[in-house]
Design a protein around this ligand. Sequence first.
Ligand code: GAL
Length: 377
Amino acid sequence: MKRAIAMLMAVTLAGSVVSCGNGKKNDKNANSGKSVGIAMPTSTLDRWNSDGKFLQYRFESAGFDVDLIYSENDATRQNNDILAMINKGVDLLLIAAVDGTKLSGTLETAKEKGIPVVAYDRLIMDTHALTYYVSFDNRAVGRLQGEFVRDQLALDSGSDSYNIEFVAGDPADNNAKYFYDGAYDVLEPYIESGRLVIPSGKDSFDQVATPEWSMDKAKANMKDTLAKYYSNGTQLDVVLCANDSTALGAAQALNIVYNGKNYPIITGQDGDVANLKNIVDGKQAMTVYKNVRDEASVTYEVCKMILDGEIPTSKLVEKLPIDVSFDSESYNNGVKYVQSYLLLPSVITKDNMQLLVDCGLYEWDSAHKYLELTKTS
Ligand code: GAL
């Protein structure tokens, strides 16, 4: 694996790196007349709106026409939306799948028409039509959550035991299992030694998965767990939530049902505005932030090479002003290993939120208390 070392700016804090590259380029005339179809899973989460905005900006400012669609977590609708873009004759498809296992038929049509397909953030399964995958190191996301819990509870010293519950993501999203495994791998030794106890006994991905990453489903599951295993006053110390929407659901359930005197450590992922507010208010301990502007920039460079008839390789990472690795051995989509460009996630807590402002992605509100998405970048 090779790593690009050139970074426009990198700040190390809380053991993590927030990369703030932007890599804007302008070659408008060369690209005019070419079009890109971008399919995002849902507009109900901050992150996908940011992804869509940054991707559209990168391609349009380079002269491409862009079709940007959100299929609101409906896999059938996403298939139809993508088919419409294929029929319209887009030159490349960039897809963050609603359900990574349900696109192979549609993508066969893309392949027949010679339209390259790039998977964005989530791997697309069971298809030879896929040419490249751009994402974050998904296992590292879970690992950062697990390490955060380990360090907060000082599990490598002392002898106290703590109660933990897991809340995982959507089984239809290939990333979700990577997140869970990354976190579980870090915490497993402490579960085995008894330093961490799971009162519900739910210790497999399938038992704690949350369809559609739904906040409401996470809330309902957490309420159920609290009612069954904690109503007698048992203390809950950690809710390891895979992302921010599930973390919001867990926090809401705790508000309603939990009687314990403590407030558990809640993890998250994405840096959604509501969760950053909860972090300031002490209702969530951390989020794993993925700089989606950098993800969009790397994706643009990969797609641009494909559209120019070139073949992206590991060499591309050396040219990028963003810390990214090329990996052709980790992501198998069921029929082949997909060549992947992987960015690095970072931990955000109450103490280092300023990093998100320094990157130009968020700004403080007028009271300088909470963050909001910046209107200018
Ligand atoms: C994942 C993505 C996460 C989170 C989640 C919920 O695929 O990598 O960042 O957004 O979906 O939409």
